[in-house]
Design a protein around this ligand. Structure first.
Ligand SMILES: [Fe+2]
Length: 317
């Protein structure tokens, strides 16, 4: 009950963030990063000495990799709803959060700040680029009979690559202050929580159930990023592709509880995870946040024991 009230109180802000634009990691070897992201299904290129990756058919940077001695979260970037930059500046002012210079390896665009964990956050006053258009997936399931005289197995492999970055979850040692900052100052909303603040899912208003969130841990870190693919078949085909290319065993196929999306995760070369998703819950302003005591998966094998390991080095600061 206490957690539900907490979520209601935090959901009073207006959603000024429209979505997750990209995330950036520091990694020791950009060639290893490039091979991994290409196997996952992203297109890569070099930009300002960094590696950037996009979803095929979407004109938006989704991942940036900056060369550094150890893997570490470098920054997260969000898009703002049009015309909300002044309101964000005022909210930052009220919260006593200064606007900062971009970190080395970040672009000059938009506005930069540090969240309570010290992570660099970039806010862009630009609309998100449209995701690659996809065909309707016709199903014969339940009472829905949409596909007649079409052999689905001949269609299912046609479009399987990621079309947009959907969300990312970070480790934090202070989930409540982080949640308060991202909701009260930046206007995200709590979608749901698991076991009070063990896992917190945040939304940016109408759309995906979550675009961001936190997993309680001993220290800050990057847990995973997740990309939408056109279908459940695309998830399984992607997992097959990673297996065929010798990538480490992941977690999935399964359907999540919170968010309900089909999922498959692969470990990345640095001890964190990357996910494909499909069929995530869509919510609007009528959604009511709740606190749940559930495992992360509705069906499928349980997560590997390493799934919640935070292998990021503790900050020297
Ligand atoms: Fe996810």
């Amino acid at each position: 009950m206490q957690s539900k009230l907490y979520a209601v109180l935090l959901n009073r802000g207006s959603a000024v963030i429209s979505g997750l634009h990209h995330y950036a990691l520091e990694v020791p070897d950009l060639d290893i990063a490039e091979g991994f992201l290409q196997d996952f299904g992203l297109e890569t290129s070099e930009k300002d000495g960094s590696l950037v990756a996009r979803c095929p058919g979407r004109d938006q940077e989704q991942v940036r990799m900056v060369r550094a001695p150890a893997k570490r979260l470098h920054h997260v970037t969000f898009t703002l709803r049009p015309g909300s930059m002044d309101a964000v500046r005022e909210a930052l002012d009220r919260a006593g959060t200064p606007v900062t210079e971009p970190p080395a390896g970040g672009t000059e665009d938009g506005l930069w700040l540090r969240d309570p964990d010290g992570t660099a956050v970039q806010l862009l006053d630009t609309a998100p680029a449209p995701a690659r258009p996809v065909a309707e997936v016709l199903v014969n399931m339940g009472a829905t009979q949409q596909r007649l005289n079409v052999a689905q197995w001949t269609q299912a492999t046609r479009d399987v690559l990621p079309r947009r970055l959907g969300h990312s979850l970070l480790f934090t040692a202070q989930p409540r202050p982080m949640t308060e900052f991202y909701t009260r100052v930046l206007g995200l909303r709590v979608s749901d929580t698991i076991h009070h603040d063990r896992v917190t899912f945040l939304n940016a208003g109408p759309g995906d159930h979550h675009v961001f969130g936190f997993i309680a841990s001993s220290h800050p870190g990057f847990h995973h990023a997740s990309f939408e693919v056109p279908s459940i078949d695309a998830i399984a085909i992607g997992a097959d592709r990673m297996r065929a290319r010798g990538r480490g065993a992941g977690w999935g196929l399964g359907r999540h509880t919170i968010g309900s999306n089909f999922f498959h995760y692969n470990p990345d070369p640095w001890g964190s995870w990357i996910e494909w998703f499909s069929d995530i819950d869509q919510i609007d302003d009528c959604w009511v946040a709740n606190d749940w005591e559930v495992p992360p998966h509705l069906w499928g094998t349980p997560p590997p024991e390493t799934f919640l390991n935070n292998q990021e080095p503790r900050s020297a600061e």
